[in-house]
Design a protein around this ligand. Sequence first.
Ligand SMILES: *Cc1c(COP(=O)(O)O)cnc(C)c1O
Length: 833
Amino acid sequence: MFTNKEKFKASFAEKLMTLCGKDLLEATNLEKYQALASLLMEHINRQWLKTNQEYTENGDKQIYYFCIEFLLGRMLGSNLLNMGIKDLCEEALAELGINFAALQGEEPDAGLGNGGLGRLAACYLDSMASLHLPGHGCGIRYDYGLFEQKIIDGYQVELPDDWLKHGNPWEVRRDDRTVEVKFGGKVCTENQDGKTVYRLEDYDAVKAVPYDMPMIGFKNHTVNTLRLWKAEPARSDFDFNAFNRGEYLKATDYKNSVAAISRVLYPNDNFEAGQILRLKQEYFFASAGVQSIVNRHKRKFGSVHNLAEKVAIHINDTHPALVIPELMRLLIDEEGLFWEEAWQITTRTMSYTNHTVLPEALEKWPIDMFKKLLPRIFILVHEINERFCACMWDQYPGEWQRIRDVAITADGFVHMAHLAIAGSHSVNGVAELHTKILEKETMHKFYDFSPHKFNNKTNGITHRRWLLLANPDLARLVTSTIGHTWVHCPSELENLHKFAEDPSFQEQFAAIKQKNKEKLAKWLQDNYVVKIDPHSIFDIQIKRIHAYKRQTLNVLHIMHLYNRLKENPNLDVTPRTFIFGGKAAPGYYDAKKTIKLINTLAEVVNRDPDIRDKIKVVFAENYNVSFAELLIPAADVSEQIPTASKEACGTGNMKFMLNGAVTIGTLDGGNIEISKAVGDENIIIFGLNAREVINFYRHGGYSSWEVIHNDVRVKTVLEQLVNGFFPVVREEFRNFYEAFRHYDEFFVLRDFASYVDAQKQVQEKYRDKAKWFSMCVHNVASSGLFSSDRTFSEYALEIWNVKPNIIGEALPVFSPESLFVAGRYPEMPYVQH
Ligand SMILES: *Cc1c(COP(=O)(O)O)cnc(C)c1O
């Protein structure tokens, strides 16, 4: 590799010449970025091959993480970081007069995900490689990722995300690994030696072409694979024949309908629209992925009988759940196994993570649609259902309703979560509370039937991207204070606790936070001509816009604060900048209105001379991973305020904590574990808890009427939504007004008073600088628990039964077992298989 800067500079100039035919003077930043990426890929490819050879030679168990989204962000920085040559490369480029940040700016975000789910999958790939686990991703190579968001006149406008416009230097197309996926057709059966054999005829064939991206471990010479599938027409001759017959339209129809499968990511977060194209996408990558796994396995072992010992397939949310019937199909139809053995292998191979309890997010497919698109798969699902219900019947004879509630096909639908649970040996939730809710509420009938399947794996984030890369100054300060071991073993961050009250450490921490805030302020000024005060409190809520995440609660509080300042312009308010960011699903009316509401509020507040810049409201356009890397290190306050019981876990909360922001939040999802880790005095908690919320729901919700009539502050802000307070058409925000009054489903008004008190606490605590910075530092020090390395070690040991595979020279001082040193982490549940 690059051992010194001179070598690097020479290789870079050479690459620029051979790739672009230009020298350093002439080449554009885009060309320089492409040359750099291409140069790095030469080295990555070498290591990639070695890793694969090692895995194959050792016959290691391979983990395949299936997810319909991977929200990777940019790769240049994290690849250099993980290769261990980021500083060398940046310095060498500087010596050539090239600004590294400018090259980085040329890389578009790989935005193949909506939010938390896809970003989680990306963090896990980073951890798997960094823990030497033979773990690979499997997904879809969308031509267009999540839309680009523009704000025009306060409204969200969606633009296509043409992320492949200049190609993707981090991928390799693998034509030799192409497989065929079959849609439609009819199932024919025939009797062979007393056995019924199934064959699909008159189907539409689609070619699935894999594009592999290297997933590089942190300084450990491991390169795993993210395999993303692209849909292409299977038969090019079909087109020509059709053209020859003059059927131009039919020919292009076919091509278009095939290409549509991997054309665009569905832009919904926590919501399923039930479109047939989505079902096609799901079967497309499930089938292609499973086929390529079985092919590899057979190349190595020559048989499928030991598949479950050598392969683990993980189903991340229900979108990939068709891997279950697809593996059954391959084992029975192609490999000739009997049902019992095929089912044994399948259930021992599969494991499933549930990500939500929101009913609108639980996938179900109309049986008619399913049957027509996937006739053979439907027969298998039907048979799985019959056998599963029969087992239930044995345990609960006569309990029709119970069996109907767990059936995979019922009420005219295929229930994907039921399929995923029935076909997996492990089902996990993503935070302690979420898992409890699954076990005791949403999935309790499955839990009663097979409690041993259920377990919890609290989400995590990679501290490499979210601290080392995003906040290098803070990372350096941590290392110079407690040494470098935390980089391999993030739980070592605990050693920072003893510096939390140290004035000189606080001073250094504060200087870094201030620098990050100034960097963000300058960026907003340069890009959006928004002026914010870098000495104000940066209070940030960035995440998808969703009613349950309650951006509206934040808005109502700002309106209230504004009202108080109008009443008394001399009110003693610490200047605060409220920053919002996030995309709304294009078809989600209330979410889009929320964006308009925030922008309208910004107009009112920011322009009012009475306010004298004491409060500012900013909507950060086009929130994505790269923007998050700029925003989070600059945050003082992290807004994590969903209705308790609704946010399965969250990961944004963890990124803020790692960067030393103080959380104001509800006792929901991961917030509960964050508050346990940092202690009550280092977090600000408010609002109803999950038990209270669930109790209200049991009794038909709560009445907001009382709250409105007993709290004049609530009444005032509510009326302001419709009384001309905002410079918009009068009815613009009536939807919120009516909803809050008639059915405040997410307890916004109910939690208002408690939230206002909590915000007062934020201000009081912030004013005591010594206290505030000690809170910040305790947050960083307690955040090691939320490293995805911890999460993934738990998945590996407790679900997949995989031990890390140590390769290369630079052995890390970290091994997953070291997490289990007595007392380091509380309550590791043991999971039986
Ligand atoms: C982390 C992250 C999310 C998830 O944020 P939550 O606050 O957990 O909902 C969404 N989008 C991006 C770009 C992220 O980086």
